[in-house]
Write a protein that binds this ligand. Sequence first.
Ligand SMILES: [Zn+2]
Length: 168
Amino acid sequence: MAVKGILLLGNPILREKSEDITVFNNELINLINDLKDTITDFQQRKKIGRGIAAPQIGILKKVIFLSLPNRSFALLNPEIIWQSEEKIDVWDSCFSFDVAFFVKTKRFKSIEIKYQNEIGESKKEMLKDDLSELLQHEIDHLYGVLATDHLKNNKDIILREEFEKRYT
Ligand SMILES: [Zn+2]
């Protein structure tokens, strides 16, 4: 269990596709604990952040860890199985941008996902609004896609300090 370094924008590993989890063993539990320690450390230092994906610590496996105010859990092999027609505009940032800036993205307002938990049980969940956009961001990481790839207008980018003055 350890706080791991987070790979930053420009690191080519962030652009690789992750592998499915097929074995639910201690190595997986160690990876989940590393993600948990790393996001907890980042949240304490940066006062922001809700989710982390394994590629961000250099492990190309389909593992996401969410650390929400009332719930912390790992999602393995997550997939979007339904998405709403309705979309929302979201100012999105990323640990891999060091949360130094935000980009405006369009995300599905609601999604249904399936995933496995840390002991391999299959789960399904409907998510909307902030959780929907969060999972879309994290699942993108498993396919080498970053929030900046969703930038449609190159004026839709803002530094964190300016973002916080205007939008929080
Ligand atoms: Zn991210």
